[in-house]
Write a protein that binds this ligand. Structure first.
Ligand code: ADP
Ligand code: MG
Ligand code: MG
Length: 372
Protein backbone atom coordinates (compact mmCIF):
# COMPACT_ATOMS: atom_id res chain seq x y z
CA UNK A 1 0.00 0.00 0.00
CA UNK A 2 1.58 3.28 -1.04
CA UNK A 3 2.16 6.07 1.46
CA UNK A 4 2.11 9.50 -0.17
CA UNK A 5 5.60 10.93 -0.33
CA UNK A 6 4.79 14.20 1.42
CA UNK A 7 3.19 12.59 4.48
CA UNK A 8 5.01 12.90 7.77
CA UNK A 9 4.95 10.15 10.39
CA UNK A 10 2.90 12.22 12.84
CA UNK A 11 0.32 13.11 10.23
CA UNK A 12 0.05 9.49 9.15
CA UNK A 13 -0.44 8.23 12.71
CA UNK A 14 -2.94 10.97 13.54
CA UNK A 15 -5.00 10.12 10.50
CA UNK A 16 -5.29 6.46 11.42
CA UNK A 17 -5.57 6.73 15.19
CA UNK A 18 -8.83 8.63 14.78
CA UNK A 19 -10.20 6.32 12.09
CA UNK A 20 -12.52 3.43 12.78
CA UNK A 21 -9.94 0.91 11.57
CA UNK A 22 -8.40 0.58 15.00
CA UNK A 23 -5.49 1.97 16.91
CA UNK A 24 -2.99 1.35 14.14
CA UNK A 25 -2.19 1.74 10.46
CA UNK A 26 -3.64 -0.91 8.12
CA UNK A 27 -1.40 -3.99 8.16
CA UNK A 28 -0.10 -3.59 4.62
CA UNK A 29 0.81 0.00 5.28
CA UNK A 30 2.65 -1.08 8.44
CA UNK A 31 4.73 -3.47 6.36
CA UNK A 32 5.40 -0.89 3.65
CA UNK A 33 6.51 1.64 6.22
CA UNK A 34 8.71 -0.86 8.09
CA UNK A 35 10.51 -1.78 4.85
CA UNK A 36 11.37 1.86 4.21
CA UNK A 37 13.22 2.16 7.53
CA UNK A 38 17.02 2.41 7.62
CA UNK A 39 18.50 0.97 10.81
CA UNK A 40 20.93 3.17 12.72
CA UNK A 41 22.63 2.66 16.07
CA UNK A 42 21.84 -0.02 18.66
CA UNK A 43 20.07 1.60 21.62
CA UNK A 44 19.16 -1.32 23.82
CA UNK A 45 19.39 -5.03 24.14
CA UNK A 46 17.21 -7.08 26.38
CA UNK A 47 15.94 -10.55 26.90
CA UNK A 48 13.95 -10.57 23.67
CA UNK A 49 16.48 -9.22 21.24
CA UNK A 50 17.73 -5.78 20.42
CA UNK A 51 16.38 -2.26 19.97
CA UNK A 52 17.78 0.04 17.26
CA UNK A 53 17.19 3.61 16.34
CA UNK A 54 15.93 3.74 12.79
CA UNK A 55 15.02 6.41 10.31
CA UNK A 56 11.85 6.69 8.23
CA UNK A 57 11.96 9.71 5.93
CA UNK A 58 12.72 12.68 8.21
CA UNK A 59 11.76 10.96 11.46
CA UNK A 60 13.52 8.71 13.91
CA UNK A 61 11.74 5.56 15.02
CA UNK A 62 12.67 2.74 17.40
CA UNK A 63 12.86 -0.81 16.03
CA UNK A 64 12.71 -3.73 18.45
CA UNK A 65 14.00 -6.83 16.68
CA UNK A 66 12.99 -10.28 17.92
CA UNK A 67 14.68 -13.43 16.72
CA UNK A 68 12.56 -16.00 14.90
CA UNK A 69 12.41 -18.31 17.90
CA UNK A 70 10.86 -15.47 19.92
CA UNK A 71 7.90 -15.23 17.56
CA UNK A 72 5.48 -15.72 20.44
CA UNK A 73 6.84 -12.71 22.33
CA UNK A 74 6.63 -10.61 19.16
CA UNK A 75 3.06 -11.70 18.44
CA UNK A 76 2.05 -11.04 22.00
CA UNK A 77 3.54 -7.56 22.17
CA UNK A 78 2.01 -6.42 18.87
CA UNK A 79 -1.32 -7.88 19.90
CA UNK A 80 -1.24 -5.82 23.10
CA UNK A 81 -0.20 -2.65 21.21
CA UNK A 82 -3.11 -3.13 18.83
CA UNK A 83 -5.63 -3.25 21.66
CA UNK A 84 -8.52 -0.98 20.80
CA UNK A 85 -8.14 2.56 22.21
CA UNK A 86 -4.70 1.91 23.66
CA UNK A 87 -3.12 5.06 22.15
CA UNK A 88 -2.29 7.52 24.90
CA UNK A 89 0.39 10.16 25.39
CA UNK A 90 1.83 8.18 28.30
CA UNK A 91 1.96 4.79 26.55
CA UNK A 92 4.73 4.22 23.99
CA UNK A 93 3.28 4.94 20.54
CA UNK A 94 2.98 1.90 18.30
CA UNK A 95 3.78 2.38 14.62
CA UNK A 96 4.19 -0.93 12.81
CA UNK A 97 5.03 -4.62 12.89
CA UNK A 98 6.71 -6.63 10.17
CA UNK A 99 8.14 -10.10 9.67
CA UNK A 100 10.98 -9.97 7.22
CA UNK A 101 11.92 -13.23 5.59
CA UNK A 102 15.56 -13.24 4.68
CA UNK A 103 16.89 -16.33 2.90
CA UNK A 104 18.20 -18.06 6.00
CA UNK A 105 16.39 -16.41 8.88
CA UNK A 106 13.31 -14.41 9.81
CA UNK A 107 13.47 -11.05 11.54
CA UNK A 108 10.50 -9.87 13.51
CA UNK A 109 10.18 -6.12 13.87
CA UNK A 110 8.19 -3.95 16.22
CA UNK A 111 8.38 -0.28 15.26
CA UNK A 112 7.50 2.40 17.83
CA UNK A 113 8.04 6.09 18.41
CA UNK A 114 11.63 6.93 19.32
CA UNK A 115 12.51 8.80 22.51
CA UNK A 116 16.07 10.10 22.52
CA UNK A 117 16.23 10.45 26.32
CA UNK A 118 15.95 6.67 26.56
CA UNK A 119 14.56 4.86 29.60
CA UNK A 120 13.87 6.51 32.95
CA UNK A 121 16.63 4.27 34.31
CA UNK A 122 19.15 5.71 31.82
CA UNK A 123 17.91 9.23 32.43
CA UNK A 124 18.16 9.02 36.23
CA UNK A 125 21.65 7.51 36.00
CA UNK A 126 22.83 10.65 34.21
CA UNK A 127 20.62 13.47 35.49
CA UNK A 128 19.11 14.85 38.63
CA UNK A 129 15.61 16.32 38.51
CA UNK A 130 13.81 19.23 40.18
CA UNK A 131 10.57 19.00 42.19
CA UNK A 132 8.33 20.19 39.31
CA UNK A 133 9.93 17.63 36.99
CA UNK A 134 9.51 14.92 39.63
CA UNK A 135 5.79 15.60 39.84
CA UNK A 136 5.51 15.81 36.07
CA UNK A 137 7.19 12.41 35.70
CA UNK A 138 5.16 10.82 38.51
CA UNK A 139 1.87 12.16 37.14
CA UNK A 140 2.65 11.08 33.59
CA UNK A 141 3.53 7.53 34.67
CA UNK A 142 0.36 7.36 36.80
CA UNK A 143 -1.68 8.60 33.82
CA UNK A 144 -0.20 5.93 31.55
CA UNK A 145 -0.81 3.21 34.12
CA UNK A 146 -4.32 4.48 34.77
CA UNK A 147 -5.07 4.26 31.05
CA UNK A 148 -3.74 0.69 30.91
CA UNK A 149 -5.69 -0.40 33.99
CA UNK A 150 -8.97 1.26 33.11
CA UNK A 151 -11.57 -0.52 31.02
CA UNK A 152 -13.54 1.98 28.97
CA UNK A 153 -17.08 0.67 28.83
CA UNK A 154 -18.44 1.73 25.49
CA UNK A 155 -19.08 -0.41 22.43
CA UNK A 156 -15.75 -1.86 21.34
CA UNK A 157 -14.21 -0.06 24.28
CA UNK A 158 -10.77 -0.77 25.55
CA UNK A 159 -10.27 -3.71 27.86
CA UNK A 160 -8.36 -3.37 31.11
CA UNK A 161 -4.69 -4.34 31.00
CA UNK A 162 -2.08 -5.02 33.65
CA UNK A 163 1.59 -4.48 32.74
CA UNK A 164 3.38 -7.02 34.98
CA UNK A 165 6.89 -5.71 34.30
CA UNK A 166 6.76 -2.09 35.39
CA UNK A 167 10.24 -0.68 36.17
CA UNK A 168 12.36 2.32 35.22
CA UNK A 169 13.95 0.37 32.35
CA UNK A 170 10.49 -0.08 30.81
CA UNK A 171 9.50 3.58 31.10
CA UNK A 172 10.76 6.04 28.48
CA UNK A 173 11.46 9.75 28.99
CA UNK A 174 10.03 12.08 26.36
CA UNK A 175 11.56 15.33 25.19
CA UNK A 176 9.52 17.44 27.65
CA UNK A 177 10.54 14.99 30.43
CA UNK A 178 7.08 13.51 30.80
CA UNK A 179 7.19 9.72 30.54
CA UNK A 180 5.53 6.90 28.67
CA UNK A 181 5.16 3.24 29.58
CA UNK A 182 6.83 0.74 27.23
CA UNK A 183 7.60 -2.98 26.89
CA UNK A 184 4.07 -4.37 26.97
CA UNK A 185 5.17 -7.92 26.14
CA UNK A 186 4.12 -9.39 29.48
CA UNK A 187 0.82 -7.54 29.81
CA UNK A 188 -2.44 -9.41 30.44
CA UNK A 189 -5.91 -8.39 29.31
CA UNK A 190 -9.07 -8.64 31.29
CA UNK A 191 -11.75 -10.56 29.42
CA UNK A 192 -15.37 -10.01 30.38
CA UNK A 193 -17.97 -12.48 29.21
CA UNK A 194 -21.51 -11.21 29.49
CA UNK A 195 -24.31 -13.42 30.74
CA UNK A 196 -26.47 -14.94 28.01
CA UNK A 197 -29.78 -13.35 29.03
CA UNK A 198 -29.44 -10.37 26.74
CA UNK A 199 -33.13 -10.10 25.82
CA UNK A 200 -34.06 -9.92 29.46
CA UNK A 201 -35.16 -6.32 30.16
CA UNK A 202 -33.38 -6.43 33.50
CA UNK A 203 -30.12 -7.41 31.77
CA UNK A 204 -28.61 -4.05 32.64
CA UNK A 205 -28.41 -5.16 36.25
CA UNK A 206 -26.90 -8.45 35.26
CA UNK A 207 -23.76 -6.83 33.90
CA UNK A 208 -22.41 -6.60 37.44
CA UNK A 209 -22.18 -10.37 37.48
CA UNK A 210 -20.03 -10.50 34.39
CA UNK A 211 -17.47 -13.24 34.49
CA UNK A 212 -14.05 -11.73 34.69
CA UNK A 213 -11.11 -13.61 33.31
CA UNK A 214 -7.66 -13.17 31.96
CA UNK A 215 -6.91 -13.59 28.29
CA UNK A 216 -3.95 -15.92 28.59
CA UNK A 217 -3.14 -18.70 30.98
CA UNK A 218 -0.79 -16.61 33.01
CA UNK A 219 2.38 -17.86 34.50
CA UNK A 220 1.93 -15.84 37.66
CA UNK A 221 5.59 -15.24 38.44
CA UNK A 222 6.78 -13.31 35.41
CA UNK A 223 8.50 -9.96 35.45
CA UNK A 224 11.66 -8.75 37.14
CA UNK A 225 12.40 -10.25 40.59
CA UNK A 226 13.60 -6.94 42.00
CA UNK A 227 10.24 -5.29 41.29
CA UNK A 228 7.96 -8.22 42.18
CA UNK A 229 5.22 -7.56 44.70
CA UNK A 230 5.28 -9.68 47.88
CA UNK A 231 2.23 -11.70 46.75
CA UNK A 232 3.99 -12.50 43.47
CA UNK A 233 7.20 -13.50 45.26
CA UNK A 234 5.48 -15.85 47.71
CA UNK A 235 3.00 -17.05 45.07
CA UNK A 236 -0.14 -16.04 46.95
CA UNK A 237 -1.49 -13.72 44.24
CA UNK A 238 -5.14 -14.45 43.54
CA UNK A 239 -5.09 -15.27 39.83
CA UNK A 240 -8.87 -15.37 39.58
CA UNK A 241 -9.16 -11.66 40.11
CA UNK A 242 -7.89 -9.15 37.61
CA UNK A 243 -7.53 -6.63 40.44
CA UNK A 244 -4.61 -8.69 41.76
CA UNK A 245 -2.56 -8.02 38.65
CA UNK A 246 -3.26 -4.31 38.84
CA UNK A 247 -2.26 -4.24 42.53
CA UNK A 248 1.08 -5.89 41.69
CA UNK A 249 1.73 -3.08 39.16
CA UNK A 250 0.97 -0.54 41.89
CA UNK A 251 3.64 -2.04 44.16
CA UNK A 252 6.21 -1.70 41.34
CA UNK A 253 5.06 1.88 40.76
CA UNK A 254 5.96 2.65 44.39
CA UNK A 255 9.52 1.46 43.74
CA UNK A 256 9.74 3.51 40.54
CA UNK A 257 8.61 6.62 42.44
CA UNK A 258 11.26 5.97 45.08
CA UNK A 259 13.96 5.83 42.35
CA UNK A 260 12.72 9.22 41.09
CA UNK A 261 12.65 10.70 44.61
CA UNK A 262 16.30 9.87 45.20
CA UNK A 263 17.33 11.85 42.13
CA UNK A 264 15.21 14.87 43.01
CA UNK A 265 16.88 18.02 44.35
CA UNK A 266 15.17 19.47 47.41
CA UNK A 267 15.63 22.96 46.04
CA UNK A 268 16.33 24.06 42.47
CA UNK A 269 19.59 25.78 43.45
CA UNK A 270 21.19 23.06 45.54
CA UNK A 271 22.27 19.81 44.02
CA UNK A 272 21.62 17.58 47.01
CA UNK A 273 20.15 14.62 45.11
CA UNK A 274 21.11 11.10 46.20
CA UNK A 275 23.17 8.94 43.81
CA UNK A 276 21.12 6.70 41.55
CA UNK A 277 20.17 3.32 43.03
CA UNK A 278 17.96 0.46 41.92
CA UNK A 279 15.35 -0.60 44.49
CA UNK A 280 16.97 -2.90 47.11
CA UNK A 281 20.39 -2.30 45.53
CA UNK A 282 21.83 -1.73 49.01
CA UNK A 283 20.91 -5.31 49.99
CA UNK A 284 21.27 -6.98 46.58
CA UNK A 285 23.58 -5.07 44.24
CA UNK A 286 23.12 -7.47 41.34
CA UNK A 287 20.64 -10.08 40.09
CA UNK A 288 18.94 -11.28 43.28
CA UNK A 289 17.24 -14.67 43.13
CA UNK A 290 13.51 -14.91 43.68
CA UNK A 291 14.21 -16.60 47.07
CA UNK A 292 16.43 -13.71 48.16
CA UNK A 293 13.81 -11.15 47.16
CA UNK A 294 11.11 -13.14 48.95
CA UNK A 295 13.16 -13.23 52.14
CA UNK A 296 13.72 -9.46 52.08
CA UNK A 297 10.29 -8.28 50.93
CA UNK A 298 7.94 -10.93 52.42
CA UNK A 299 9.71 -12.36 55.44
CA UNK A 300 11.73 -9.39 56.68
CA UNK A 301 9.24 -6.90 55.19
CA UNK A 302 12.03 -4.62 54.06
CA UNK A 303 11.17 -1.65 51.86
CA UNK A 304 13.41 1.01 50.24
CA UNK A 305 14.85 3.48 52.75
CA UNK A 306 13.28 6.91 53.17
CA UNK A 307 15.71 9.81 53.46
CA UNK A 308 15.26 12.55 56.09
CA UNK A 309 16.10 15.04 53.38
CA UNK A 310 12.87 14.32 51.50
CA UNK A 311 10.73 15.03 54.55
CA UNK A 312 11.92 18.64 54.69
CA UNK A 313 10.01 19.52 51.52
CA UNK A 314 6.16 19.29 51.58
CA UNK A 315 5.88 18.03 47.99
CA UNK A 316 8.58 15.38 48.48
CA UNK A 317 7.03 14.48 51.83
CA UNK A 318 3.71 13.79 50.08
CA UNK A 319 5.53 11.68 47.50
CA UNK A 320 7.10 9.63 50.32
CA UNK A 321 3.67 8.98 51.90
CA UNK A 322 2.39 7.98 48.48
CA UNK A 323 5.21 5.43 48.02
CA UNK A 324 4.35 3.92 51.39
CA UNK A 325 0.73 3.49 50.33
CA UNK A 326 1.79 1.82 47.09
CA UNK A 327 4.24 -0.76 48.40
CA UNK A 328 2.13 -1.75 51.39
CA UNK A 329 2.11 -5.55 51.92
CA UNK A 330 -1.65 -6.13 51.61
CA UNK A 331 -2.56 -5.71 47.91
CA UNK A 332 -6.14 -4.79 48.82
CA UNK A 333 -4.87 -1.74 50.72
CA UNK A 334 -2.82 -0.28 47.86
CA UNK A 335 -4.20 2.80 46.16
CA UNK A 336 -5.68 2.51 42.69
CA UNK A 337 -4.07 4.30 39.75
CA UNK A 338 -6.95 6.78 39.38
CA UNK A 339 -6.58 7.88 43.00
CA UNK A 340 -2.81 8.26 42.55
CA UNK A 341 -3.33 10.33 39.42
CA UNK A 342 -5.78 12.65 41.21
CA UNK A 343 -3.43 13.18 44.14
CA UNK A 344 -0.57 14.00 41.80
CA UNK A 345 -2.71 16.46 39.83
CA UNK A 346 -3.28 18.29 43.13
CA UNK A 347 0.44 18.26 43.84
CA UNK A 348 1.09 19.63 40.36
CA UNK A 349 -1.27 22.55 41.09
CA UNK A 350 0.53 23.22 44.37
CA UNK A 351 3.85 23.28 42.56
CA UNK A 352 2.52 25.57 39.85
CA UNK A 353 1.03 28.01 42.38
CA UNK A 354 3.93 28.01 44.78
CA UNK A 355 6.32 30.94 44.67
CA UNK A 356 9.30 28.72 45.46
CA UNK A 357 8.92 26.99 42.11
CA UNK A 358 8.17 30.01 39.89
CA UNK A 359 9.74 29.99 36.47
CA UNK A 360 10.17 26.27 36.76
CA UNK A 361 10.26 25.92 33.01
CA UNK A 362 13.27 28.16 32.73
CA UNK A 363 15.15 26.74 35.67
CA UNK A 364 18.27 24.89 34.76
CA UNK A 365 18.69 21.57 36.41
CA UNK A 366 22.04 20.78 37.87
CA UNK A 367 23.82 17.69 36.75
CA UNK A 368 26.57 16.39 38.98
CA UNK A 369 28.57 15.02 36.07
CA UNK A 370 28.64 18.34 34.28
CA UNK A 371 31.18 21.10 34.81
CA UNK A 372 34.94 21.12 35.10
P1 ADP B 1 12.89 -5.92 26.37
O1 ADP B 1 11.53 -6.53 26.24
O2 ADP B 1 13.96 -6.72 25.74
O3 ADP B 1 13.22 -5.51 27.79
P2 ADP B 1 12.32 -3.11 25.78
O4 ADP B 1 11.13 -2.88 24.94
O5 ADP B 1 12.17 -2.89 27.25
O6 ADP B 1 12.86 -4.59 25.47
O7 ADP B 1 13.53 -2.24 25.24
C1 ADP B 1 14.85 -2.40 25.79
C2 ADP B 1 15.52 -1.04 26.00
O8 ADP B 1 15.64 -0.36 24.74
C3 ADP B 1 14.73 -0.10 26.90
O9 ADP B 1 15.04 -0.30 28.27
C4 ADP B 1 15.21 1.26 26.40
O10 ADP B 1 16.46 1.57 27.00
C5 ADP B 1 15.42 1.03 24.91
N1 ADP B 1 14.21 1.42 24.14
C6 ADP B 1 13.17 0.63 23.84
N2 ADP B 1 12.24 1.28 23.11
C7 ADP B 1 12.70 2.54 22.94
C8 ADP B 1 12.19 3.72 22.27
N3 ADP B 1 11.00 3.69 21.65
N4 ADP B 1 12.93 4.85 22.32
C9 ADP B 1 14.11 4.86 22.96
N5 ADP B 1 14.66 3.80 23.60
C10 ADP B 1 13.96 2.64 23.61
MG1 MG C 1 12.26 -4.08 28.89
MG1 MG D 1 10.03 -7.12 27.64
Amino acid sequence: EPISTDQSLTALLDEFSTSTVGPALPLLMQRTLARQITLEELIGSGRYGSVHRGKWREDHVAVKIFSANDERSWLREIDIYQTVCLRHENILGYIAADNKDASTYTQLWLVTEYHENGSAYDYLMNHTITVPILIKMMLSIASGLCHLHMPIDSTNGKVALAHRDLKTKNILVKKDLSCCIADLGLAVKEVRTRPKSRKDPTAANVSYQEQVNIDIQPNSRVGTYRYMAPEVLDDTLNQRSFESFKAADIYALGLVYWELLRRCQTSPNVNDADPYQLPYEDIYPSSPTIEQMCEAVCTKKIRPAISERWLTNPILCHAVRLCEELWIADPACRLGSLNIKKQLKNQMELVENSSSYVNVESQQQLTPNDGP
